[in-house]
Design a binder for this molecule. Structure first.
Ligand code: AKG
Ligand code: FE2
Length: 325
């Protein structure tokens, strides 16, 4: 059985980066860190940018509050509060977005069936099982991606940006706190996302990195040129329109490859890790080589809060400064 996840209590930054490269997902339970120490630990491991959104954590602004209850004075829920969330990577139209997602179980309902697990699919152990010729071919392919759901292989809409931002919580609100404005905050936040803008990035290294790309359509490497050398696949399946070669010409078996990856990575659970939350649990996952989902909506009768932070690998850990996707 391949290792789909690494359990550790180590807070050694090099060890964490090594596990993200070799395994892809790191789980920490009973680690003994307070929230403040966890905040410091994350700033030590990676470069963070403060999200400027309604659900940012007040004391530790690297965190977004994923919460199904009101998080501001206007009664707005936290991000992705209630509903199911389909398979996704948080890397979307900002291709050079944060490479790692860290989720912390802050308030977890204890009643039976209420914990709403998060499921991760990990391509790092999967990639190791592929024959060398398939690996070499995948390394040369790109996915053509789009935000127009009608153009995708899947041909359906992923509703994650608006998850949790539904009517009743917003009814009667003034214009500046409308649903549109909350989505606007998320979009504005994404537009400024760039490693150069991270709060703990050393500006003397600015010249090393290319400009962050912000676009709604384009091409992503199927097998990322990974910043710390992980070998895996970027399979953000709901945005994939086609599979193309290095010259961006569609390959004949694009749909076949897509269906194989969908079956092996998403439909089969062999490379899945289901995290059943307990308070203070931490799951740190590379986003260039994995996707995650929440299968069950969170009932209104309980409060569930995850604190989500995302980061870029630091300059000293990287093997290149080029685009990964
Ligand atoms: O609530 C969850 O289980 C997952 C939330 C999520 O996908 C995220 O915060 O990126
Ligand atoms: Fe997510």
């Amino acid at each position: 059985m391949r290792e789909v996840v690494a359990f550790t209590k180590s807070t050694d930054r090099e060890e964490i980066v090594k596990l993200l490269k070799d395994v892809g997902i790191v789980v920490m339970r009973d680690h003994g860190m307070s929230l403040s120490q966890y905040n410091d630990f994350l700033l030590d491991v990676g470069y963070h940018q403060h999200p400027k959104v309604w659900c940012a954590h007040k004391e530790f602004p690297i965190f977004w509050r994923v919460n199904n209850q009101a998080v501001d004075d206007h009664g707005h829920e936290g991000l992705f509060g209630k509903h199911d969330i389909d398979w996704h990577s948080n890397i979307t139209y900002t291709q050079d977005s944060h490479e790692v997602v860290c989720i912390y179980g802050h308030k977890i309902p204890t009643g039976s069936g209420d914990c709403s697990p998060t499921t991760y699919s990990n391509t790092v152990p999967y990639f190791k099982t592929l024959p060398k010729d398939v690996q070499d071919r995948y390394k040369k392919l790109y996915t053509k991606w789009t935000y127009d759901s009608a153009k995708t292989f899947e041909s359906r809409f992923i509703n994650i940006h608006r998850a949790g931002l539904d009517g009743e919580a917003l009814a009667g609100e003034a214009k500046d706190t409308s649903d549109d404005n909350l989505n606007h905050q998320i979009n504005e936040n994404a537009k400024t996302q760039s490693i150069h803008n991270a709060i703990n990035f050393d500006p003397s290294n600015n010249h090393l990195y290319k400009k962050g790309r912000h676009q709604y359509e384009g091409y992503n490497r199927l097998s990322p040129k990974h910043p710390v050398g992980a070998q895996g696949l970027f399979f953000n399946y709901l945005n994939i329109e086609d599979i193309v070669d290095e010259n961006y010409n569609p390959v004949d078996d694009g749909l076949e490859i897509y269906n194989t990856l969908k079956q092996d990575l998403l439909t089969d659970n062999k490379y899945h890790y289901v995290h059943e939350w307990q308070e203070t649990d931490i799951v740190i996952a590379d986003q260039l080589t994995g996707v995650h989902r929440r299968d069950h909506g969170v009932p209104d009768s309980v409060e569930r809060e995850l604190l989500r932070a995302t980061f870029w690998y630091k300059t000293q850990d990287r093997i290149h400064y080029d685009y990964s996707l």
